[in-house]
Design a protein around this ligand. Structure first.
Ligand code: ADP
Ligand code: MG
Length: 352
């Protein structure tokens, strides 16, 4: 459809947009023309006036193009950074492996030791060192927390209400800054990050919450697609990614449903699909089964396990002791802001 066809009196415009929306939702619009139309719909559905002017359409399209271009440039720069870092890492490893073991170890100069220490830290996708957080002076919500998590791990964080679990999650996301200590997530030095880099950090992590936090007035497809729109994924890719991830969480058949037409378990699956559609290396789940019945709880946990098996590092905050005991994963227990145990294949500590 030509852009020009969007121009006309209000009836025509509204009908055309409603028609396009429908086709976008049902995904049966021809792919070649989809993106341009989608942009037009996106820009105009919110502000339909009696006449839509052609130059406005052109401006909006140009603006969109420009931000897509900038995004691509940024992505390319980031990819290049990553490539260089990988090369450096390989070079360092070769050097380390080829060093004769018997050779007397000379004390390394200070800078080198520092370099080495930093590299060791990067074995971990998440690390907290001496992290404390006080909302109010003198009453720490977290107190000298040291946690290291390797890529691909599945970790439960357990503890009573008020023990500091959500504070921990918010520190990782840089919604809060620690009072003391250092936090690294996916190579980012979190507490030192400049404001402009925070979105990049957050793209490392998909997040789900107890209360799902879906957009009530959007259907399942749009709730998930929304995460892709924010980072300006081209529509063509989005049209592949969204159905794929919905199939992964077992909701392919419900993409048109609205949140209020879904069970709690289904809503949490939508939230999971939204958290994962941009393929973050880390998934954070804060009490993801807090509002679910036992059957749905088990299903969500199975899904989390499968997500982990596909390579995502998974961090689950919960106080469901039965699930924790059944799953036999690493369990970190927090009590009044202090890590009191950290066990491989652990269980829930019940002291009462
Ligand atoms: P959990 O998630 O384990 O229930 P939280 O991390 O939410 O625990 O809270 C830890 C402690 O910090 C609690 O004592 C809580 O009252 C306090 N707290 C949490 N958020 C805030 C805040 N925004 N302002 C002040 N105190 C807070
Ligand atoms: Mg909490």
């Amino acid at each position: 459809m030509a852009k020009r066809e969007l121009i006309g009196d209000s009836e025509e415009v509204r009908a055309a947009i409603a028609d396009l929306r429908d086709k976008v939702d049902t995904q049966d619009y021809p792919e070649e023309t989809w993106r341009e139309e989608d942009i037009a719909v996106k820009n105009f559905s919110d502000r339909i006036t009696d006449t839509v002017r052609l130059d406005e359409v052109a401006d909006a399209l140009a603006e969109q193009e420009e931000s897509l271009r900038q995004q691509r440039e940024m992505d390319a720069a980031l990819a290049e950074e990553r490539r260089l870092a990988r090369e450096q890492y390989r070079r360092d490893r070769v050097r380390k492996l080829s060093a004769p073991e018997e050779a007397p170890v000379a004390p390394a100069p200070k800078e080198k030791r520092f370099g080495k220490r930093r590299k060791q830290e990067d074995e971990y996708i998440i690390s907290l060192s001496g992290v404390s957080k006080s909302y109010v002076k003198g009453v720490p919500a977290l107190n000298d927390v040291n946690i290291r998590i390797k890529p691909g791990e599945f970790v439960f964080i357990v503890g009573d209400s008020g023990s500091g679990k959500s504070t921990l999650i918010r520190l990782l996301l840089r919604e809060l800054k620690p009072t003391t200590g250092t936090i690294r997530v996916n190579g980012f030095q979190v507490e030192k990050l400049r404001r402009g880099k925070i979105p990049k950090l957050r793209r490392s992590m998909g997040v789900v919450f107890q209360d799902f936090r879906l957009l009530k007035d959007r259907n399942v497809y749009e709730n998930v697609a929304f995460a892709q729109r924010i980072i300006q994924v081209p529509s063509r890719e989005m049209k592949r990614n969204v159905p794929n991830i919905l199939a992964m969480v077992g909701l392919a058949g419900k993409y048109k449903a609205h949140p209020n037409e879904l069970s709690g378990g289904e809503q949490q699956r939508v939230a999971l699909a939204r958290a994962l559609v941009n393929k973050p290396p880390i998934l954070l789940a804060d009490e993801p089964t807090g509002n679910l019945d036992p059957k749905n709880t088990i299903e969500i946990m199975k899904l989390l396990e499968r997500i982990n098996q596909n390579g995502t590092t998974v961090l689950v905050v919960t106080h469901n002791d039965k699930i924790v005991n059944d799953m036999q994963k690493r369990v970190i227990t927090i009590k009044k802001g202090v890590v009191v145990s950290d066990e491989e294949m652990g269980g829930y500590i019940d002291e009462d």
